[in-house]
Every structure is written in structure tokens, then in C-alpha cells.
Write a protein that binds this ligand. Structure first.
Ligand SMILES: N[C@@H](CCC(=O)N[C@@H](CS)C(=O)NCC(=O)O)C(=O)O
Length: 207
């Protein structure tokens, strides 16, 4: 049975898993969630993911939400981009940081700056989120100086998790000229065989 990923093109959280599946060459199909028209709020979607978030993933009798859990599940099952035992907790540390302090600010900041109707946008909230985004970009950029990947000598779930939102072109408070180590790392990911931009991998773009 093919893996089914519940996703939509603008979702950086879904792209973490879609990008992994794509470059790892694992067969999957997309189940498009019409997120901007309430597709994650329906009883049908809540029966798959009671947390109401995108992505969700179904692999036979396994159903998961949380992109970090999906990445670990897929790596355990298929072996691509596996973490060396010695690096396990270091990788986990970055995936947790991404979910708590990075994508968690980039995602809402980009949503508010680009997708929320203009009359609902709050300059104060955008200001707050942008300042958190900048703080996290500084942390990641400093960490990546002299490194090809976030942990160890090969790409891991930490890279798939942290890179995701940074491939989108809409503004989200990042001045790319200030983060050369992040840009070099993103290029390493772009060079992976079969890499695709999120808008070429998932449905729903343009809105
Ligand atoms: N930590 C979650 C975050 C998922 C998430 O926040 N997804 C967004 C869409 S990209 C969402 O569903 N937001 C709706 C909400 O928070 O209610 C993950 O990595 O899967």
C-alpha cells in the first residue's frame, strides 16, 4: 500500500515529509487538504488527525501526525538518511528546536504576511513573529558555519525539518543576504537527486 500524505503546497510542515519521501525515492501519493477553505477543520479530517494540523500520514494501519514523528517513522522503516546512533539525541534536539522555535514562528509569520486577508493582518503580531524568526535564523546560521549538514556528515531528519519553510519565496522576515551559511546549506539540499520545490511537489499553488 502506498503512503498517503495529507498536505497542501503552502504547508512547510507537509513539505518536510514530502521532500524526504521525494528525494528518498519512496512511493507516496498526496491527499490534498483544502486548508484555506477549512479542509483541516472537517470531521473527516479530524478523524485522521484529531489535532487538526497538516500534515497527516497514513501508511497501511499506521496513522501519524507531527512531521517530526513521520520523519522518524519513515527513516526507521526505510533507512534513507538514517542517523548514526551517536548523533541520535543531537538530531532530536534540532527537530524539537525546529518545531518549537523555528518553523513554529516562520509558518505563522509567512501566513500572516502573505495569506491572511489584509484587513486581518496585525502589524504588532507580524513584528513579534519576525523578531523571533530573525533570532532563530541567527542561531541556525551560526551553527551551520563550516558544516555541510546540521548534524554529522550526511543529511538527517534535522535538515529535512529545519530547511522546509526556507525554500518558499514569499516574504517571512528573512533577508537572505544576511545568512550565507543557511543559503549554502539550502543549496546542498537543492542538489539532492530529484529535489523539487514545494510548489512543484504538492497541490494547491497558486491559491
Ligand atoms: N508541529 C506540527 C505543526 C503542524 C502545523 O502547525 N501545521 C499547520 C499547517 S502548515 C496547521 O495545520 N495549522 C493549523 C492549526 O495550527 O490549527 C508538525 O510539524 O506537523
Amino acid at each position: 500500500m502506498t503512503i498517503e500524505l495529507y498536505s497542501f503546497a503552502q504547508s512547510g510542515n507537509a513539505y518536510k515529509v514530502a521532500n524526504y519521501l521525494n528525494v528518498a525515492g519512496i512511493p507516496w501519493t498526496e491527499h490534498f487538504v483544502d486548508f484555506f477553505n477549512g479542509g483541516a477543520r472537517t470531521p473527516e479530517y479530524r478523524s485522521i488527525n484529531p489535532m487538526g494540523e497538516v500534515p497527516a500520514m497514513v501508511d497501511g494501519d499506521v496513522t501519524l501526525s507531527q512531521s517530526g514523528a513521520m520523519l522518524e517513522y519513515l527513516i526507521d522503516k526505510h533507512g534513507h538518511f538514517a542517523t548514526a546512533d551517536a548523533d541520535k539525541y543531537e538530531v532530536l534536539r534540532w527537530v524539537l528546536w525546529d518545531n518549537h522555535k523555528f518553523s513554529s514562528f516562520v509558518g505563522p509569520c509567512r501566513f500572516m504576511m502573505n495569506f491572511l486577508p489584509e484587513e486581518k493582518r496585525s502589524a504588532d503580531v507580524i513584528g513579534y513573529l519576525s523578531s523571533r524568526v530573525k533570532m532563530s535564523l541567527d542561531i541556525l546560521n551560526t551553527h551551520l558555519e563550516g558544516r555541510k549538514w546540521i548534524v554529522g556528515e550526511t543529511a538527517t531528519s534535522a535538515d529535512f525539518s529545519c530547511c522546509s519553510y526556507l525554500f518558499y519565496d514569499e516574504p517571512f522576515g528573512m533577508d537572505r543576504s544576511k545568512y550565507p551559511h543557511i543559503e549554502a546549506w539550502l543549496e546542498n539540499i537543492r542538489q539532492m537527486p530529484n529535489w523539487k520545490h514545494p510548489y512543484d511537489l504538492m497541490q494547491g499553488h497558486p491559491l
